[in-house]
Write a protein that binds this ligand. Structure first.
Ligand code: URA
Length: 445
């Protein structure tokens, strides 16, 4: 197969056959094609698109380029959750132990933060000693023993995607729906899942801000999952403002623990429970969403999910005392400053992208994968769009390393949080549910 033929055909609006896409993925993983030609092919796809069969074949080729987890014979549903990412999005952390407690095997594979969005691996690594770098064999053994492992994408999983994603990042070709769907699903389907729940974010802080494009991405991923025999459901959730109060790695672990202790902000709790309910119903462990919600609430109330989190932390080398004494164990920022409302009114925006960039300015995020992150820094955001505030009311707390961090935090909050006179009704937190049957408005029935 000559890559030049594929580039030419795609450039001119033609179709690449499924066999050609699979051969391309295998060949690229094996180092047979130079990046300059693959870049040209990616740009042709960016402008010309791919049909469903092409996207599926590329996904298959990337999936088959690496190893997979296999849980046949485990006798449990094997279900993961994937979020397209945002600011303050920590739901994976309470969800994994919750679902493991309720009988789901959860091989949760997460990513690192990049740009304005945070990553679950960075959050977990804020717990002293926590090791996310398990091999596939170690992850499998832990899932079989405990019901859950919290890991990163090892070099064994979908290596073709790893190379291709890095090249897309460097060639402005990430934002193509078929490429994103193939990339995400090649990694998720390598986990040997019997079901997958997707949290597709929309709004200004999300990776794909426009609702229609985000929904199209959700539908494309759901179709790929179903075609592979992995029942897949997506919830469309709001990233018009950060999720919850805590934004920053250690702060988000603390909020996740609050959720497992039965507290935490209502929005973090609602998205966690909504996603968890989908996972339980997909795993046939609950007959409907109402019953699934009751099971989740009771695993929080009786302390079993918290106990499971302690066991996971211990199994992965982390300090389990974090569960009872997060502030005593997690790194703490030496400087804190409260920012107050300059006037009375209604909060118009809490711009998540600006908050995410602010975390980078404080040293808690990454512009490139090589950057290191300071786990202690970040924000507590105390207000939501639509909320009425009085002059002098606390809006946020900055957690910083030094005075320069406090100044950067203040500058960020001054542009992220705006107050005006208009009444403002924020969009729903969970707006739609996407399944193989179509897109429906979200209800918890
Ligand atoms: N996340 C991925 O894993 N792949 C993409 O292409 C985009 C986001």
């Amino acid at each position: 197969m000559h890559l030049l033929d594929l580039i030419t055909r795609k450039r001119d609006g033609g179709r690449i056959t499924p066999d050609e896409w699979r051969a391309f993925a295998a060949g690229y993983a094996a180092g047979r094609y130079p990046d300059y030609q693959v870049s040209a092919l990616l740009m042709a796809v960016f402008f010309r698109g791919m049909d469903a069969d092409e996207g599926f074949a590329l996904m298959q080729g990337m999936l088959e380029s690496g190893g997979r987890l296999d849980f046949k014979g485990l006798g449990k549903p094997v279900i993961d959750k994937h979020s397209t990412g945002g600011v303050g999005d920590k739901t994976s952390i309470p969800l994994a132990p919750l679902l493991a407690t309720l009988g789901v095997a959860v091989p949760m594979m997460s990513g690192r933060g990049l740009g304005h969005t945070g990553g679950t691996l960075d959050k977990l690594e804020a717990i002293p000693g926590f090791n996310t770098r398990l091999s596939l064999a170690e992850a499998k053994a832990q899932v079989e023993r405990l019901g859950c492992a919290l890991i990163g994408q090892t070099g064994e999983i979908a290596p073709a995607d790893k190379k291709l994603y890095a090249l897309r990042d460097a060639t402005a070709t990430v934002e193509a729906i078929p490429l994103i769907a193939a990339s995400i699903m090649s990694k998720k389907l390598a986990e040997g899942l019997t079901g997958l729940v997707l949290d597709v974010k929309t709004g200004s802080g999300s990776f794909m801000p426009e609702f229609d494009r985000a929904t199209q991405l959700a539908q494309t991923m759901v179709a790929i999952g179903e075609r592979c025999g992995c029942p897949t459901v997506a919830l469309m959730t709001s990233m018009h403002h950060p999720l919850g109060v805590a934004c920053g790695n250690a702060l988000e672990i603390e909020e996740s623990l609050d959720i497992l202790h039965g507290g935490g902000p209502a929005d973090t709790r609602e998205v966690t429970v909504a996603l968890g309910a989908e996972m339980l119903v997909l795993g046939r462990l609950a007959p409907n969403h109402g019953e699934a919600r009751r099971q989740l609430e009771s695993a929080i109330a009786d302390g079993s999910a918290l106990e499971m989190f302690r066991r996971i932390v211990e199994a992965q080398g982390g300090d389990p005392r974090v569960v009872d004494d997060p502030r005593g164990v997690l790194p703490q920022a030496p400087r804190q400053s409260v920012v107050t409302a300059p006037r009375a009114g209604a909060v118009q925006t809490v711009a998540p992208r600006v908050i995410g960039r602010g975390i980078i300015a404080l040293g808690g995020g990454r512009l490139t994968m090589e950057d290191t992150v300071d786990p202690a820094v970040g924000f507590h955001i105390l207000v939501r769009p639509g909320q009425g505030v009085t002059r002098g009311q606390p809006l946020a707390v900055i957690y910083a390393r030094d005075d320069a961090g406090i100044d950067a935090g203040k500058a960020c909050l001054a542009s992220a949080i705006t107050i005006g006179d208009e009444d403002f009704v924020p969009p729903p937190l969970v707006s739609h549910r996407v399944t193989a049957a179509g897109v429906e408005e979200y209800g918890d029935g």
